[in-house]
Design a protein. Structure first.
Length: 393
């Protein structure tokens, strides 16, 4: 359990908290000093000594990034690929599947737009069917209905662990039990959950997992990673390769790597990789379970306080809620609310129908304001947000 003294230290190590109340952690968190220092020190040396030369000097630390991610996920280092962002990671896995006409994709109602657009885009090449898992009245997945949907045509089950709005936390572990039972590939979008929720790929049972660094891991923008289970690596062929992912062995031959790095490209920001490693190590030192408990505590306070305002309606669903709090204000658009708060030193975000089309339309929502808390936020900041909202009308 994190103490008040711990929170005070985290805030001192996060300079941004001295300038802004940041409730946009689901967009991009404020990084701690350790991350900023790692990036700046590497960049400074690279500009002084040269890019390749600095890369060689820091190679042990860069390589150790794979170990840090593996520890975060309870995975093996050869199951990890470093990429630019979660979308690249997700698509690297999705596009590597051997798709055929007649294949079925099972998705969730709260899937993020980029994922669902990829399903639709693939339908231009193949005669595919997209099926959506029904939801219970609580908003959680109807797991019994889900299992009945699986047959020999299902090629992939694709799940967004924590949707971009709605506060839902999907029971990823329960999904994994079913996919493993039926031998179906399982891709988990952990974009919002990595760094917020204790992820154990062995307990979840996913075959592939995509994540970003900029959100709850508090890493630089332009960082992300892909996990691919050893047992399925040989089944997946990268959509594109370079001389890092494969070796040119003859005039008409080449050999693709056998580990997850076959999904990487050669060129990337090594400074950002150093920042990603620093961010993950920082989170591991705190303990992701401690982070998760703190986020749930703060999110529950925020939801309760918002519910007391007569012109505010909270729109979160699911039995287990994340740190993403969604709400609307009577008489104000989501963008107006965001702008109003930003002008008063409070960062939030907002989502429209196009972000999660199926979820939003099924709940008759056009837009929501999103306030996403992190462990370095505190009760006083929530109080300040509520005070400002009381003056918005």
């Amino acid at each position: 359990m994190l103490t008040d003294q711990d929170i005070q230290r985290f805030r001192l190590e996060t300079r941004g908290t001295q300038h802004v109340i940041h409730f946009n952690n689901a967009g991009s968190s404020l990084p701690p000093d350790a991350v900023r220092n790692a990036v700046n020190e590497y960049n400074n040396e690279e500009m002084t000594m040269g890019g390749y030369e600095t890369n060689q000097k820091y190679l042990p630390q860069l390589e150790a990034t794979y170990d840090s991610i593996a520890k975060l996920l309870n995975a093996n280092r050869d199951e990890i690929a470093l990429v630019e962002n979660a979308t690249v990671a997700w698509n690297a896995a999705f596009q590597a599947i051997d798709w055929e006409n007649g294949d079925v994709i099972i998705a969730t109602r709260a899937d993020y737009a980029s994922n669902y657009l990829a399903y639709l885009h693939l339908k231009r090449k193949f005669d595919l069917e997209i099926k959506v898992i029904p939801s219970l009245t609580s908003g959680d997945l109807d797991l019994q209905a889900f299992e009945k949907m699986i047959d020999s045509k299902v090629k992939l089950v694709s799940v967004t662990h924590m949707p971009t709005n709605g506060g839902l936390t999907v029971d990823a572990e329960a999904v994994g039990v079913i996919t493993k039972k039926h031998g179906v590939l399982y891709l988990l979008d952990a974009c919002q959950s990595a760094g917020q929720y204790p992820i154990d790929v062995e307990k979840i049972g996913c075959d592939m997992l995509s994540a970003t660094g900029r959100k709850y891991l508090r890493a630089p923008r332009g960082t992300g990673f892909l996990y691919v289970r050893r047992s399925v690596l040989s089944q997946l062929t990268p959509y594109c390769i370079d001389s890092h992912a494969a070796e040119w062995t003859g005039v008409d031959s080449y050999q693709i790597r056998t580990d997850a790095r076959k999904f990487e490209g050669w060129e990337a920001s090594r400074a950002n990789t150093m920042g990603l490693k620093a961010a993950i190590d920082y989170a591991l030192t705190i303990g992701v379970e401690n982070i998760w408990q703190r986020i749930q505590y703060l999110a529950a306070i925020l939801r309760n306080e918002l519910a007391q305002l007569p012109y505010v309606k909270v729109h979160d669903i699911g039995d287990l809620k994340s740190g993403l709090v969604s709400f609307t204000l009577e008489g104000k658009s989501a963008d107006e609310a965001k702008t109003y708060l930003h002008e008063r030193g409070i960062n939030v975000s907002w989502n429209g129908t196009s972000n999660t089309y199926l979820d939003m339309t099924s709940r008759d929502l056009k837009e929501v304001v999103r306030a996403s808390v992190h462990y370095y936020n505190n009760e006083e900041e929530i109080s300040d947000l509520i005070t400002v909202l009381k003056k918005i009308n």
